[in-house]
Ligand binder design. Structure first.
Ligand SMILES: [Ca+2]
Ligand SMILES: [Ca+2]
Length: 222
């Protein structure tokens, strides 16, 4: 992480809520406009995301030819989009559990991901694969875990592509206080995502399906 710091702050445990949808980008518009240098930090109010605030950080890492970069969260279409011109290297972060104006997580979300330990992104478009990092943590328990992956390359909207990272086995998933996601596209790289959610392990879903099928078979016999 570069700007959204993750200093652990002890907080009190509030009411826990079940996880699932984290963000579908239908609330809280954000647009850096064209940047050729420097960085942009924004906290956007979005009532339907955990904590009600989506923290954004966007940075021009390097720029060879004076072209432009852009980070957008569109209101309405439901897209978080990062684009960069040829020769421009950008970096973007999204955070939840950060109060407006704070680069450290200080708005404990108290989410329970224990039944939905798979962190899932709906990927609308990419040109080339995009390295990304997700950090989940509990400020109450002083624990966090990081996973790294890639958004697949050459994604188009009709592909319904999904990128997942597995946090199962982490001991603090019943008290997730902050969510941090960093995207580091290569030079000229673009991507857009439409949904962030946590989902059950595939085996859990299959198990439920098998149990239902067995139940249906028993009912038929009876
Ligand atoms: Ca907590
Ligand atoms: Ca980059």
């Amino acid at each position: 992480m570069k700007r959204l710091g993750l200093a652990i702050i002890l907080g009190s445990v509030a009411a826990f809520s079940q996880a699932g949808l984290i963000d579908n980008f239908t609330q809280g518009s954000y647009d850096t406009g064209l940047l050729t240098t420097g960085s942009n930090f924004q906290w956007v109010n979005a009532a339907n995301v955990p904590g009600g605030v989506r923290a954004h950080y966007f940075e021009i890492e390097s720029n060879d030819i004076g072209d432009d970069g852009r980070a957008r969260t569109f209101l309405g279409p439901g897209i978080f989009s990062v684009t960069s011109g040829a020769g421009v290297d950008v970096y973007a972060e999204i955070g939840y559990g950060f109060n407006t104006g704070s680069a450290s997580p200080n708005l404990p979300l108290n989410l329970d991901f224990s039944g939905t330990p798979i962190f899932s992104l709906d990927v609308r478009s990419t040109d080339v694969a995009v390295p990304y990092t997700v950090i989940l943590g509990s400020t109450t328990l002083g624990l966090s875990a990081q996973r790294n992956g890639f958004l697949p390359g050459a994604v188009t909207p009709s592909m319904n592509a999904v990128a997942t990272l597995d946090f199962s086995g982490e001991s603090f998933l019943n008290d997730v206080d902050f969510i941090f996601i960093a995207f580091d596209p290569v030079v000229g790289g673009d991507f857009s995502i439409t949904k962030i959610q946590t989902v059950p392990e595939p085996g859990t879903i299959a198990g439920v399906g098998l149990a239902l099928a067995a139940f249906a078979r028993r009912r038929k016999k009876a």
